[in-house]
Design a protein around this ligand. Structure first.
Ligand code: ADP
Ligand code: MG
Length: 331
């Protein structure tokens, strides 16, 4: 069982940034409005995620650490994936390759804590916590030295974590997200902070994108909102005159999940074909929302790839909506 967990864990957790992604997604799923991520040494020695979400009752703590135990799905519902998590694999995987502790308090329950290290679970103990959940992951990959060797410099891993946090921040404007580097001890160094945005969809989104991508982007971008055959595309796409130089600033989301997908980036490029020389990447933050049945996000456990039932649909929508918006703006 411990060995199986370690093998499966390598699929889910490739590096500290993938652990951060899983833990922050869990906090979002738990309805958190404030999430703080603290890391040390590029996340290699410490990742701590604190949220104000629904918490976990003491009796459910061992369950949260069991493989394929998820509170988010009933077997019949495998395709109806609205929340981030649906495999019940993240926490057991993290507990198999690092030293994991979860401290949590659900409303009307006592606070409790559980630890697991290298796949060995300890009994639930009472703890002190007012509300929400604190998940602490120390010494990632200590139990799998081969993995440990593949980790990059603290700087590179910190950069990857920051990228994950920013993408999740873009997808969830109403959630406040903070990233701190506590390598030096104490309060640490603030790496990223976005307070919860209020207001309507576009108001909150614009404010959050300005925070993450910079005001130069939102001031030089067109709002996009188009729906076709049950797929909604919304977000902001840069004017052809906006140049961010060589840096790629393309952010794509499917049902609020950050994705990297060649078909979608290809569609984006096609929309701008008349304006951009071949090596330039138009800046954009675009969100596709559709019936979960129309898209398979379960291609890989790390879930950044997607497969549409009919790829022509989102592709056509992106190309036509962006060309239309650019034409309306006089381009
Ligand atoms: P999944 O997210 O796929 O359900 P995980 O292994 O990531 O699987 O989490 C297992 C379970 O632990 C979740 O289904 C949820 O019930 C609980 N859980 C994990 N993190 C949190 C959190 N931050 N707040 C509340 N519950 C949580
Ligand atoms: Mg999860």
């Amino acid at each position: 069982e411990a060995a199986i967990n370690r093998i499966a864990a390598g699929e889910v957790v490739e590096r500290p940034a993938s652990a951060v992604k899983e833990l922050v997604e869990n906090a979002i799923d738990a309805g958190a409005t404030r999430i703080t991520v603290e890391i040390a040494d590029g996340g290699k020695t410490l990742i701590r995620v604190t949220d104000d979400g629904c918490g976990i009752a003491p009796g459910d703590l061992p369950l949260a650490l069991s493989r394929h135990a998820t509170s988010k799905i009933d077997g019949s519902d495998l395709l109806n994936i609205h929340t981030f998590g649906f495999r019940g694999e993240a926490l057991p995987s993290l507990g198999a390759v690092g030293r994991l502790s979860i401290t949590s308090r659900a409303p009307g329950e006592e606070a409790a804590t559980i630890r697991v290290a290298g796949g060995r679970m300890e009994p639930v103990r009472p703890a002190a916590l007012r509300a929400g959940t604190v998940v602490e992951l120390r010494d990632l990959f200590f139990a799998t030295p081969a993995r440990l060797k593949f980790m990059r410099s603290d700087r590179a891993e910190t950069q990857a974590i920051s990228d994950v946090v920013k993408r999740l921040a873009m997808a969830e404007p109403s959630v406040g997200l903070t990233l701190r580097d506590v390598s030096g001890g104490g309060e640490g160094r603030l790496t990223f902070r976005a307070d919860a945005e209020t207001g309507d969809l576009f108001g909150a989104l614009e404010a959050r994108l300005a925070r993450v991508m910079g005001r130069e982007f939102t001031e030089n971008a067109l709002p996009i909102d188009a729906t076709r055959e049950g797929i909604r595309l919304f977000g902001y796409a840069a004017l052809p005159t906006y140049s961010r130089g060589a840096a790629v600033a393309q952010y794509l989301f499917v049902n609020a999940r950050p994705v990297r997908d060649r078909m979608l980036t290809g569609a984006l490029r096609a929309a701008y074909f008349d304006f951009l020389s071949r090596d330039r990447h138009p800046a954009a933050a675009l969100f596709l929302d559709c019936d979960p049945q129309l898209v398979d996000v379960n291609v890989h456990p790390a879930k950044s790839e997607v497969r549409f039932r009919d790829p022509g649909l989102p592709r056509g929508l992106i190309v036509s909506a962006l060309r239309h918006a650019l034409a309306e703006a006089g381009h």
